[in-house]
Design a protein around this ligand. Structure first.
Ligand SMILES: NC(=O)c1ccc[n+]([C@@H]2O[C@H](COP(=O)([O-])OP(=O)(O)OC[C@H]3O[C@@H](n4cnc5c(N)ncnc54)[C@H](OP(=O)(O)O)[C@@H]3O)[C@@H](O)[C@H]2O)c1
Length: 252
């Protein structure tokens, strides 16, 4: 058994899966969660440091049960990395309330359920790290993003709020803001994704940010995120006009 343990949700595919392998290859115990148990089992077979804990983050009881099982096995969780997310570009163009509720349920409330399950543990422990995966789509409003952008925006605000609350207990809270990364999620996109990167690139940046820095926000690739950070501080009228032009946003 290794000294350090990380719990990764959203670990069956994409960024979470690549990060699970990165930590496992660096000698960490990795408790990995998602709904598709078969994919978690395959991951387990590929690396002796990976341990599957199937979970649906929309189920509060399931989150706390899985957390208890992980603690029972490893005694400690040094980093809790909450990466679950859903995005369906075809359904983001309209105000489909049911769809938006589902996106909020997975992206925002699902992450919140996981954070709630570790809250008491970290407060009592007085150390450790909770990391929340958001997106550059949460910086400001974007066209055709009626559910995903707002869910990530809510996570950004939540992460800042929790940063203060957990700092009092000596617990680090960090926010992950990836640009475009090639995963099953972005494979659905039918638009050009600037500075698209691989999951291994994302895993490398996240691993470094979590283990070698103490920064609040880990964002990448900088070529894209720095432009968006500039757009973020523009007055509304400039932002709306510029983004409208850049995205060639037209009336339907
Ligand atoms: N790829 C990008 O360009 C990009 C950019 C910015 C932010 N992000 C964020 O990065 C995170 C990972 O995304 P990704 O690109 O790696 O996408 P992905 O490959 O589709 O991964 C999403 C993960 O979430 C899990 N998941 C979905 N619903 C769940 C639920 N109800 N309960 C438990 N697990 C659930 C999926 O596993 P199961 O289906 O097996 O449950 C999967 O492991 C997401 O939060 C996403 O918003 C991605």
């Amino acid at each position: 058994m290794n000294d350090k343990t990380i719990w990764i949700t959203g670990g069956s595919t994409g960024i979470g899966r690549a990060l699970a392998l990165k930590f496992a290859n660096n000698g960490w115990n990795v408790a990995v969660s998602a709904r598709r148990e078969n994919l978690l089992r395959e991951l387990e077979k590929s690396n002796q440091n990976i341990f599957p804990y199937p979970l649906d983050v929309t189920n509060k009881e399931n989150c706390s049960e899985v957390f208890q099982n992980i603690i029972a096995k490893f005694k400690n969780i040094d980093i809790s990395f909450f990466s679950t997310g859903t995005w369906d570009p075809k359904k983001e163009k309209d105000i489909d309330v049911e769809q938006i509720e589902n996106v909020m349920k997975v992206n925002f409330f699902g992450t919140l359920n996981c954070i709630k399950s570790v809250e008491e543990y970290y407060r009592t422990r007085g150390s450790g790290h909770i990391s929340i995966v958001s997106s550059i789509a949460g910086y400001r409003g974007l066209p055709n993003s009626t559910g995903y952008g707002p869910s990530k925006s809510a996570l950004n605000n939540l992460a800042e709020s929790l940063y203060f609350d957990f700092k009092r207990y000596g617990v680090r809270v960090s926010l992950i803001s990836p640009g475009f990364i090639k995963t099953p999620m972005t494979d659905k996109n039918d638009f050009k994704m600037p500075f698209l990167k691989t999951v291994d690139y994302a895993a490398e940046k996240i691993f470094e940010g979590l283990t070698k820095t103490n920064q609040f926000e880990i964002h990448f690739p900088k070529q894209l995120t720095l432009i968006l950070k500039f757009l973020k501080i523009l007055p509304n009228s400039w932002y709306l006009s510029l983004v409208g032009k850049l995205t060639k946003y037209q009336k339907r």
